[in-house]
Design a protein around this ligand. Structure first.
Ligand SMILES: C[S@@+](CC[C@H](N)C(=O)[O-])C[C@H]1O[C@@H](n2cnc3c(N)ncnc32)[C@H](O)[C@@H]1O
Length: 336
């Protein structure tokens, strides 16, 4: 039997990496088998799209093991069944899912269905949202056992993290790998909003920077960054607890600055630019209306020019959907 499936076309050599990223993000559509077409894989997805890959509709073979979808195990009233999320996040052996109010009375059953169907999961946590400057999640264990602290594997690194104490987004794996691949030997890198230092750890494991400074307001972030250095045997990561604007002033000029604060990174751009060497790169993450991303890029350039700081846009990429009309973008900016 075949199913009409929304898929992305992925070159064969990138297929396994993309498949496992989609699976970790809960965006792989397990109801269909992966197909092939003209040298590319057709990977079925639950989201609207993924990165820059072309989205197509294709007839794919249906998977026989339908019980791999947790929703199939649940016997709920039709309204509740309709509201079951088709995606969730997996961080290490912790699965995090957002449930609407109507699903809360059924949360234990939902958690148990997830434990029964998603491999290598120890505990399921219901997520009631990210709060405050530290972007910390409010989590409640709904099935399984043990704490929310775990070790996430990504790009050959082990990332110790507790998503109830420090912000961590497994869906940024491709972006972290992309930035790490751009780092040249001997670079000085500053990550201004580093969380538990996943960018710094992935960079130090996969590239040869001189040093990566990882700044975060949250003291727990530094604790996990230090644990990450120990687990990955890294010596050139420098975790710093503090406000990025103040902390960056005491650091040496950088070849690369990472600004992963999608709500307000632009407010720190002047401080970042003053620390960036001529020809250096800034990766600035920002939420924007899809129709206004180009205009926002132009505004960043003109606002900084008004302050006597030169930059040009190297690229603007859409990273993920944020709301029906907005997405998170990464602006790669070059200091001139
Ligand atoms: C989106 S998260 C970063 C996540 C991390 N880059 C990753 O890849 O998982 C933003 C982080 O910025 C931190 N933060 C917010 N305001 C800050 C500030 N003024 N200075 C330094 N860190 C800040 C928060 O504590 C949070 O950990």
């Amino acid at each position: 039997m075949s199913r009409t499936s929304r898929c992305i076309r992925v070159p064969k050599q990138e297929g396994e990496r993309v498949r496992s990223e989609l699976k970790a993000a809960g965006s792989l559509d397990l109801r269909s088998k992966i197909g092939a077409d003209d040298g590319c894989l057709l990977i079925p997805i639950l989201s609207d799209g993924y990165l820059d890959y072309e989205t197509v509709t294709a007839e794919l073979d249906e998977r026989e093991c339908r019980e791999t979808d947790y929703r199939e195990l649940l016997d709920l009233p039709p309204d509740a069944k309709e509201a079951l999320p088709c995606s969730y996040d997996v961080i290490g052996d912790v699965l995090i899912i957002k449930l609407s109010d109507g699903l809360l009375p059924h949360r234990q059953a939902v958690g148990e269905a997830l434990i029964a169907t998603v491999p290598h999961i120890r505990v399921v946590m219901a997520d009631s949202g990210v709060k405050g400057d530290l972007r910390i999640r409010e989590l409640e264990a709904i099935a399984g056992h043990g704490p929310s602290e775990t070790v996430h594997r990504e790009s050959g690194a082990r990332l110790p993290v507790d998503p109830a104490k420090v912000y961590f987004n497994p869906r940024l794996a491709t972006e972290r790998a992309r930035v790490a691949a751009a780092v040249k030997e001997g670079e000085t890198v500053i990550d201004m909003f580093a969380g538990a230092a996943p960018f710094g750890t992935v960079i130090c494991r996969n590239a040869r920077p001189e040093v990566v400074y990882s700044i975060d307001l949250n003291p727990d972030a530094e604790r996990f960054a230090r644990e990450s250095m120990r687990l990955n045997r890294i010596t050139n990561l420098v975790p710093i607890t503090g406000d990025a604007r103040a902390a960056i002033r005491g650091l040496p000029p950088a070849d690369r600055v990472i600004m992963n604060l999608p709500q307000s990174a632009d407010l720190f751009l002047e401080d970042a630019l003053k620390k960036t060497k001529a020809g250096g790169t800034i990766h600035l993450h920002r939420i924007a209306e899809r129709s206004e991303a180009e205009a926002l890029g132009a505004k960043l350039v003109s606002d900084m020019a008004a302050r006597g700081l030169g930059l040009r846009i190297d690229s603007i990429r859409e990273l993920k959907t944020y709301s029906p009309s907005m997405s998170v973008y990464v602006f790669d900016l070059i200091r001139t």
